[in-house]
Design a protein around this ligand. Structure first.
Ligand SMILES: C[S@@+](CC[C@H](N)C(=O)[O-])C[C@H]1O[C@@H](n2cnc3c(N)ncnc32)[C@H](O)[C@@H]1O
Length: 256
């Protein structure tokens, strides 16, 4: 996949950062001195951590060079590192390992969660949020479009780039590792100006690997137009012309 575009990603800063605010506000019983933000992106989730625990030593890792460059530019006082969470070895423990909207991009979650658990100090916590993308009409429309014979040879495998299980799986994995677990789901009602805004929002995330695999701008435009058509049917306009996109997200906090 081509590198992430931090500016495009942050166009929807509020929608993208609210889940971090909510996840962090639910974490109790710990006062972390050291925190690792896994898949920190441009540093937006990391700043929410810094606001809650200003004394903590906070590091962010991300395997995107452009995201880390943006984070380092905007927040030079924190520690940033380009690293792949699937292979990263921190060499030390953290009182809080945090990851917002990231693990769906990483395979083998049984293994990944066990590794995250190893990075958490005694009495520390692991906090994760991930979208339940395929449960949503939006995810289904994008997936169906990618499966169309028109470009299936190029986009048919994109679905395999994402690893998303349901709460049954995550609870079972984490209950083996953590004595206490909080787990919940929320539908965020994103109020957007129009249907095109949904495409714009997805262009830097869920649509990105599909668009990356298409050879020409004409193909990319056609792909987006197909998705837009489906979106217009699935998400009706409100009486004031705006569009509500319910976005389903799952949250888990495991306490050691
Ligand atoms: C949707 S963004 C989330 C950014 C930020 N945490 C937030 O809350 O907005 C997903 C981030 O995960 C990063 N990412 C994806 N796979 C990764 C991996 N294997 N290791 C580290 N970071 C990864 C991407 O580069 C991207 O910055």
């Amino acid at each position: 996949m081509s590198d992430w575009n931090p500016e495009l990603y942050m166009k929807f800063r509020s929608e993208r950062t609210q889940p971090s605010i909510d996840l962090i506000s639910r974490i109790d019983d710990i006062n972390p001195k050291s925190i690792l933000d896994v898949g920190c992106g441009p540093g937006n989730s990391t700043q929410v951590l810094a606001n809650r625990w200003p004394e903590a030593n906070i590091s962010g890792i991300d395997n995107s060079e452009s995201m880390i460059a943006k984070a380092a530019q905007d927040y030079p006082r924190q520690e940033w590192q380009v690293a792949d969470a699937a292979t990263y070895c921190p060499g030390k423990e953290f009182d809080l390992v945090f990851s917002n909207a990231v693990i769906q991009w990483i395979p083998n979650h049984a293994n990944l969660l066990a590794r995250f658990h190893n990075w958490v100090s005694e009495k520390g916590a692991l906090a994760i949020q991930m979208p339940q993308f395929w449960d949503m009409p939006l995810g289904k429309i994008i997936r169906k479009t990618g499966d169309d014979a028109r470009w299936k040879d190029r986009t048919g495998d994109v679905v395999n780039l994402f690893t998303i299980h349901d709460y049954v799986f995550y609870y079972d994995q984490l209950a083996r590792l953590f004595p206490r677990i909080d787990i919940w789901q929320t539908d965020y009602m994103h109020v957007l100006e129009n249907h095109e805004a949904i495409i714009e929002m997805m262009r830097s995330t869920g649509l990105k690997p599909y668009l990356d695999r298409l050879d020409s701008e004409a193909d990319q435009k056609e792909f987006e137009e197909r998705v837009l058509k489906g979106i217009k049917t699935a998400y009706p306009k409100q009486t004031n012309g705006k569009v509500i996109l319910p976005f389903k997200r799952m949250f888990i906090v495991g306490y050691k």
